[in-house]
Design a protein around this ligand. Structure first.
Ligand SMILES: Nc1nc2c(c(=O)[nH]1)N[C@H]1C(S)=C(S)[C@@H](COP(=O)(O)OP(=O)(O)OC[C@H]3O[C@@H](n4cnc5c(N)ncnc54)[C@H](O)[C@@H]3O)O[C@H]1N2
Ligand code: MOO
Length: 419
């Protein structure tokens, strides 16, 4: 595509590229302004969604005085006369008499009037069947509201719904949550030179992005159905426009690969123009991945969808995902802008002049450092397959050993870089 000779191509006058951090903030803000609508989901369906309102507890937590041991709930001084038993789930009558006790199970409600709980293994029975022993000085039950007071805010709006949140929501009485759904994404792969099976041959390469990008998007929490992965789309403008129109019908975000430049068969920009799209970002001062773009398509009913143009060089496409698509998705879901942790460089990493350099690094989790990996050309994927993410070397800087620099993680599942 853009690598072919284009002697007759018109000179392209492009605005200066956005700075990398500026591009990220702009994309996030635009995504947040177009945040997906709120909906209700049962707890069973809410994993991976995002809270639209704070999670509050519907009762005190715990809701009642709760025994934390198996034993005897006693009143006053012993020995104690056994007057009953309370299991978890029961609502016991008060312990009315001094010197009385009920057998109590872990998790059972402590009867009113109880002054202590004696652990079963620290109790004995007298010959006449009463209970003796010395309760521990520290209380053996949990007080109502100890964890949270009814109505208290536990987590803010914008929190991703994960298994810990689901458990907490259930424990404080919720059956459903008000959430934003995960974004729906589609992928269009451009490039007549691409093969979809078998080894690359003279002049033709395997499509590496069709198999990879949907899974990266899923790791960012997107829904991507197999039918929404389309390509290679023919290298003609009508085919590009038709494929984009079709994808726009069902997706919140369409990622395209290739064709971001202005070569003879690069049709992305003219196709966006044909769709009436406007650019949020058009080129970013970052290496690799410079020609990345994000465009917005607003339909007649006011609905906004996005097209992320990922450059064809495979590593550049992934740089574009972590640079633009990740903040966009955070905004669309009403989440926080992804904060970048810092890493300490174990080895030097060159800068890229006026451009931000996103350098593939592997984390040494024992030493707590990051070191550059090999095979990191923008057309290569070998380095990426060993890396945890990218060290960010700011414009005008180089990364010296020992320097603390921002780190953009790849959205890997736990265990995916365990060895
Ligand atoms: N005259 C210039 N040419 C190029 C420039 C430039 O500044 N001036 N920049 C280069 C950079 S940087 C990049 S990145 C690429 C981006 O080009 P496109 O987005 O238009 O991508 P293509 O031309 O379609 O492809 C580039 C390269 O990547 C291969 N490719 C494409 N899709 C896939 C895929 N799905 N799987 C594997 N490989 C893919 C394609 O065969 C090309 O080799 O432009 C440079 N050119
Ligand atoms: O920026 Mo290109 O993305 O260097 O390969």
């Amino acid at each position: 595509m853009s690598t072919e000779a284009a002697p007759a191509a018109e000179p392209v006058v492009a605005p200066p590229p956005a700075g990398w951090e500026e591009a990220r903030s702009r994309v996030y803000a635009v995504g947040l302004a177009a945040a997906l609508p709120a909906t209700n989901r049962s707890l069973a369906e809410a994993d991976g969604h995002t809270l639209v309102e704070p999670l509050t507890t519907r009762t005190d937590l715990p809701a009642f005085p709760t025994s934390s041991v198996d034993g005897w709930a006693v009143r006053g001084a012993g020995p104690w006369q056994v007057v009953g038993r309370v299991l978890a789930g029961g609502a016991p009558p008060p312990l009315a008499e001094e010197g009385s006790t009920v057998e109590i199970a872990t998790g059972a409600m402590v009867p009113a009037g109880a002054t202590a709980i004696l652990r079963i293994e620290e109790s004995e029975r007298t010959a006449d069947g009463r209970i003796t022993g010395t309760p521990r000085p520290a209380p053996e039950w949990r007080l109502p509201g100890e964890e949270a007071r009814a109505g208290e805010e536990l987590l803010p709006a914008g929190t991703p719904v994960d298994p810990a949140l689901l458990g907490l929501a259930a424990s404080c009485g919720h059956d459903s949550l008000r959430v934003r759904r995960p974004p729906r994404a589609a992928l269009l792969v451009f490039g007549d030179e691409l093969l979809t099976s078998g080894p690359p041959t003279a002049g033709r390469v395997r499509d590496a992005l069709g198999p990879a990008v949907p899974s990266w998007l899923r790791r960012y929490g997107c829904q991507v159905r197999p039918a929404d992965v389309v390509g290679p789309v023919a290298d003609t403008l009508p085919a590009h426009v038709a494929a984009l129109r079709q994808a726009l019908a069902g997706a919140d975000l369409i990622c395209t690969t290739g064709g971001t430049m202005h070569g003879p068969v690069d049709h992305l920009h003219p196709a966006l123009e044909a769709l009436g799209a406007d650019y949020v970002v058009n080129t970013v001062a970052v290496r690799p991945g410079f020609p990345m773009l994000l465009a917005r398509v607003t339909s007649d009913d006011g609905r906004v969808r996005f097209v992320a143009g990922l450059p064809g060089n495979p590593q550049s496409a992934i740089v574009s995902l972590v640079s633009l698509v990740a903040p966009l998705l955070a905004g669309l879901q009403g989440r926080q802008m992804p904060l970048l942790p810092q890493v300490t460089l174990a080895e030097s990493v060159p800068g890229r002049g006026d451009y931000t350099h996103l350098a593939l690094v592997r984390l040494d989790r024992v030493a707590g450092t990051a070191y550059p990996v090999r095979h990191v050309g923008s057309a290569m994927l070998r380095g990426l397959a060993r890396a945890d993410g990218f060290a960010v070397i700011r414009p005008g800087n180089s990364g010296e050993p020992g320097a603390r620099v921002p780190f953009v993680p790849l959205p890997l599942f736990p265990g995916e870089r365990a060895s």
